[in-house]
Write a protein that binds this ligand. Structure first.
Ligand code: ACO
Length: 322
């Protein structure tokens, strides 16, 4: 039976960290470092310069993931980019990344749009392609420039997000690898987190900035993250005690802590980057994964649960052995 294994990770953050104090000063916000840290755990984030797009961040993360897997760009036969802030309406960010990487072998390339669950959706999708035998080497990327869709006059949302990209190389293998995946959506909740504008002739129409009911999002996120964790653990006949690491989508430290408690996991088993990255949507899980792999926390043979929740609403999880 063909299985799929993560063989390399990479990530990229644009520019220098922007502290809460600097953000408040530069954007003229009526807020404070204390409020932001206490409610969200966020201390700083990275913001991409105006001339940098999601495909540029994806390119750096992808190059690093390929290098860590010992693969050349030409080895890749499938590229999936998870993003809600694509460079264009079309072509997809995945095809732009393909061109920038110089992959000219006819590899399939497409985007996945599941907001903050995007990376879990993309990884679960790639795993199915590899297990089917149709593809052998996938590049799975989460890349976002959320700073472009924020209302900088709305202090309740603009302090929460950041820009960045993370990537993994997923290869066909004899052993797992990916132990279980689950992805879900419930469109009835589309109203609690959305960017309710659209483009016409390249111009934004309506309200093209992020709107959120923070408390409704909070409650929904904690519930479904605990549920989907139980689902993939059950599918792999494992218990929370079998987990070495939990990498939840990095939305807010209080969501991460509440999720860890609901799953029954010690806080030190949760990888946390939200304090330094903010919420980078589809990029947050692969950014955190790459950090924990590179600093030696995640080691070969360990079991890692990655899970995301985001607008739509969407949620999903990937249970993997490294
Ligand atoms: N600085 C200072 N005060 C603020 C700020 C700010 N940046 N933002 C809001 N406030 C004020 C509000 O105006 C309000 O003031 P009022 O009482 O005078 O009206 C007060 O703080 C309380 O506002 P609430 O919205 O009730 O604050 P809450 O405790 O719910 O915290 C937060 C808001 C942090 C957004 C919280 O609801 C939350 O974390 N929700 C989860 C949402 C999330 O993480 N979304 C990320 C995207 S979704 C995802 O990734 C899954």
């Amino acid at each position: 039976m063909i299985r799929a294994r993560i063989t390399g990770t990479g990530s990229f953050l644009p520019g220098d960290p922007v502290s809460n104090e600097a953000l408040i000063r530069d954007r003229g916000l009526d807020s404070s470092d204390e409020w932001i840290v206490e409610r969200t755990g966020i201390r700083s984030r990275h913001l991409a310069p105006a001339n940098v797009a999601s495909s540029d961040l994806a390119l750096e993360a992808a190059r690093r993931a390929l290098a860590s897997a010992g693969r050349a760009a030409g080895d890749v036969d499938l590229i999936i980019v998870a993003t809600s802030t694509p460079d264009f309406v079309f072509p997809s960010t995945a095809t732009l990344l393909q061109a920038k990487l110089g992959v000219h072998n006819g590899a399939a390339a497409f985007d996945v749009q599941a907001v903050c669950s995007g990376f879990a959706f993309a990884l679960a999708t790639a795993e199915k392609f590899l297990r089917s035998g149709s593809h052998r080497c996938a590049l799975v990327v989460g890349a976002e420039v959320f700073s472009r869709i924020l209302d900088w006059k709305d202090r309740g949302t603009c302090v929460l997000f950041g820009d960045g990209a993370g990537a993994v190389v997923l290869e066909a293998a004899d052993d797992p690898g990916i132990l279980a995946t689950a992805i879900h959506a419930d469109g009835r909740h589309h109203g609690i987190l959305s960017v309710p504008g659209h483009l016409c002739g390249g111009q934004p129409i309506g309200d093209p900035l992020l709107r959120m009911d923070g408390q409704a999002v909070f409650k929904f996120a904690v519930r479904v993250l605990a549920e989907v964790a139980a689902e993939v653990l059950g599918a792999a006949s494992m218990a929370p005690s079998d987990l070495d690491w939990l990498i939840p989508h990095q939305a807010n430290i209080r969501i991460l802590q509440a999720t860890g408690r609901k799953i029954g996991l010690a806080p030190e088993k949760c990888v946390v980057t939200v304090d330094r990255h903010g919420n980078t949507s589809a990029a947050s899980i692969p950014l955190a994964l790459d950090e924990a792999v590179r600093d030696g926390r995640i080691r070969a043979g360990q079991t890692v649960l990655m899970e995301g929740v985001g607008g739509g609403f969407t949620w999903g999880a990937v249970l993997a052995r490294f």
